[in-house]
Write a protein that binds this ligand. Structure first.
Ligand SMILES: Nc1ncnc2c1ncn2[C@@H]1O[C@H](COP(=O)(O)OP(=O)(O)O)[C@@H](O)[C@H]1O
Ligand SMILES: CC(C)(COP(=O)(O)O)[C@@H](O)C(=O)NCCC(=O)O
Length: 319
């Protein structure tokens, strides 16, 4: 299951090497600078302007075609219903993938590229960590070792948020999370006010649930998506990225006394390494195998990374 399917004939995807994919950029202009990319990337993610040129410009062009097509369909629906008062809802892009695979960098780079289209769309980005239950609730329910698993999120709040966004409502609030305190920021929200495009990023966004026996289906998060992306990489590489990042954070963020992991800043590197390995193996790897990787075949587009976070292969769902 670790390789993307090599045979295209019976696959729902078309596969492209990064080099072939880069050609679909056509005349899409490069609207970011090296400094901007550096500012957008996460700790330990070496994405640079060349990677934006190679991968993200073609992706931006593809997404532009999808957004245009959805606007056209919206106009046709209006004609179909002979109505003029239909509310245009935001185009929602979901981004999924393992912890430490680099979702945040991709989401931020895309947000900037899309916002710089000639039509200057309003693009917002929301991450799902704000919808995690607060640590107090997780502790009460013995779920601290299940952070990131489906049951650690307030799924009802996620669905309410997305259905309000899709209904075209203004000033919809999303809760916020702090990686520093490792907890939801109580009473802090970001307000999303009718964007043209919303990027919704998190490990769990393509998850499904069992079909209800009574036929009364509750929606899943991806029911609200117009396009979905899964960021993929071999398990061993993601493991290395997680551990390397943890060791870098130990020298930076963990030094802050407010950091949940502050106590690890003073540990020997061997002990810190052992903790990182434990967090990876007992929580994030388990979650990747049980809940995240199984959702990969649901994505419209899969970006497959190799060493150094560089994308080596792109798989696009056939129409
Ligand atoms: N313990 C931490 N302290 C500070 N920042 C963190 C910590 N863990 C993760 N981050 C940052 O949070 C963001 C999200 O990380 P993560 O959920 O692992 O997803 P991804 O690496 O796919 O973007 C990244 O920008 C990462 O650098
Ligand atoms: C907060 C996360 C679950 C990521 O959540 P997401 O933003 O994808 O909803 C993850 O960064 C995390 O904290 N995992 C728990 C184990 C660990 O400390 O690495």
């Amino acid at each position: 299951m670790d390789q993307l399917a090599p045979g295209e004939r019976y696959s729902p995807y078309r596969f492209f090497s990064a080099e072939r994919w880069a050609k679909f950029r056509a005349d899409t202009p490069l609207t970011l600078t090296e400094d901007e990319v550096r500012r957008l990337r996460s700790l330990n993610d070496p994405v640079d302007l060349e990677e934006v040129r190679r991968i993200y410009l073609s992706l931006s062009r593809l997404l532009s075609a999808h957004v245009e097509a959805s606007q056209l369909l919206f106009q046709q629906r209006k004609q179909f219903f002979s109505t003029d008062d239909a509310q245009k809802s935001p185009f929602i892009i979901g981004i999924a993938g393992s912890v430490a695979v680099g979702k945040s960098t991709t989401a931020r780079v895309l947000k900037e590229l899309l916002a710089r289209w000639p039509s200057s769309p309003k693009v917002d980005l929301v991450t799902t960590d704000g919808f995690l239950y607060p640590n107090a609730v997780l502790r009460e329910n013995n779920l601290m070792d299940r952070k990131g698993f489906p049951e650690s999120y307030d799924q009802g709040a996620v669905l309410k948020f997305l259905s309000e966004i899709k209904a075209g409502m203004s000033n919809v609030r999303a809760p916020l999370y702090s990686h520093l305190t490792y907890d939801v920021l109580e009473g802090e929200f970001v307000t999303i006010d009718r964007p043209d495009i919303l990027i919704f990023e998190g490990i769990n966004v393509l998850q499904t649930r069992e079909l209800p026996a009574d036929g009364k289906a509750i929606p899943v998060v991806s029911d609200f998506f117009d396009f979905s992306i899964y960021i993929d990489a071999p398990e061993e590489l993601v493991h290395n990225w997680y551990v390397d990042r943890f060791m870098r954070l130990r020298e930076t963020a963990f030094r802050d006394p407010r950091s949940f992991f502050h106590r690890y800043a003073e540990l020997s590197s061997e002990s810190a390494l052992a903790i990182a390995e434990q967090l990876w193996k007992n929580i994030n790897l388990k979650n990747l195998r049980e809940n995240i990787l199984p959702t990969r075949p649901r994505a419209d587009l899969i970006l497959r990374k190799g060493a150094d976070h560089l994308i080596e292969e792109v798989a696009l769902r056939k129409l």
